[in-house]
Design a protein around this ligand. Sequence first.
Ligand code: TGC
Ligand code: FAD
Length: 392
Amino acid sequence: MNQDLFQAPDYYNLDDLLTDEHKMVRDAARDWVKRSVSPIIEEAAQRAEFPNEILGGLAEVGAFGPYIPEEYGGAGLDQISYGLIMQELERGDSGVRSTASVQSSLVMYPIFKYGSEEQKQKYLPKLASGEMIGCFGLTEPNHGSNPGGMETKIKDMGDHYLLNGAKMWISNAPFADIAIVWAKNEEGRIHGLVVERGMEGFTTPETHNKWSLRTSATGELIFDNVKIPKENILPEKSGLGAPLGCLDSARFGIAWGAIGAAMDCYDTALRYSKERVQFGKPIAAFQLQQKKLAEMITEITKAQLLAWRLGALKNEGRATSAQISMAKRNNVDMALKIAREARQILGAMGITGDYSIMRHMMNLESVITYEGTHDIHLLITGMDITGENAFK
Ligand code: TGC
Ligand code: FAD
């Protein structure tokens, strides 16, 4: 690929709102992405493989459990630092950010929040170091936007549970060591459980032929009479609110991550527009191209402000689920629109793997669907402001 010349846009001097620690964490992730992700990511995407060699680096920049306390191996950082790490990872590639999001917010978070002390000691330090990789199984073949209808079941057998059912579209599934799986008991109550690779009856076939998020491995989780020891149930919370609480944390990270993809597309298009000459002038000198670029930086700046404020609210424990939905929806949509516009600024060159834009664009088609679709987040906002539920 072309050399990574990325320069982060900061039109409203938002760095002034960050602490020294935020900037240090952000810059470490930014440098690492430049050194270790940019040079290899295009080829990994072309091969449709997760680049395993970056796992150690992800752990080193604190991408696995940034806000999990240090006593459990996490980085003990605040929510804005978490957001900034996700922004930098997705600047490299959404699939890389996905792997870190799932590990942090969908695997470590539920163990930390809903797990027993033994579960925390057993899993969290290994997940933080990348020695163990996890995945999160909520979506099923017949239940995507409506996870409350799930069919995966556990049956109490006295000294253990029997797990039956299937999950699909699960990030990290093909190589995960553990899966946080959501299943209903005989009374229809949803519980989280830790399923370990190697348990008899548990398989994780890979989903192939994706045109999006090609650097992230996606698969199914199939449970055929899997014996789950009772100590593998997350004891501290049950009900649909338990998995949805994890999604709040992951959606927050995505709201930041999408800004990274948008910044990369904008920066690439800006540089290209100054270098590409047509009709005797750099295309940056034409009003139509300036309109595109000016609107991009405006939208990025608005998204940065939204994310920063949401991070501040989250640090104070005041961010609501609906506020998180608004930021996820707005920022992913913003990034996808910017990727499409930036691609046009590059003309034919924009469709090649010599530039990151098309990869970002294709990735964002998954990001706008997973963790709650664009429609679902609009309905969450609609319900919050009107008090009327338009889902059902
Ligand atoms: P509803 O009746 O509204 O709520 C059920 C219970 O949950 C509570 N709740 C929440 N709790 C915490 N955080 C939230 N965001 C919450 N939203 C709701 C609610 O208070 C209630 O609690 P209780 O105590 O009264 O029982 O549920 P519903 O069945 O009507 O569904 C609501 C809806 C549609 C908003 C929700 O189900 C939803 O968000 N659907 C979208 C599904 C989704 O986002 N799936 C994501 C799967 S994971 C994924 O995509 C990972 S991609 C990872 C990557 O690679 O980065
Ligand atoms: P559906 O729910 O079938 O929706 C189809 C369409 O109908 C959408 O446009 C939707 O907005 C619309 N719709 C649905 N309900 C309504 C309504 N009430 N009102 C109006 N419109 C509606 N899941 C996991 O559990 N773990 C993972 O790690 C994970 N990783 C993923 C990775 C990738 C690459 C992808 C693509 C998905 C992943 N998912 C994961 C699944 C993801 O969360 C679901 O795809 C998503 O929640 C949407 O579900 P669905 O695809 O079944 O779409």
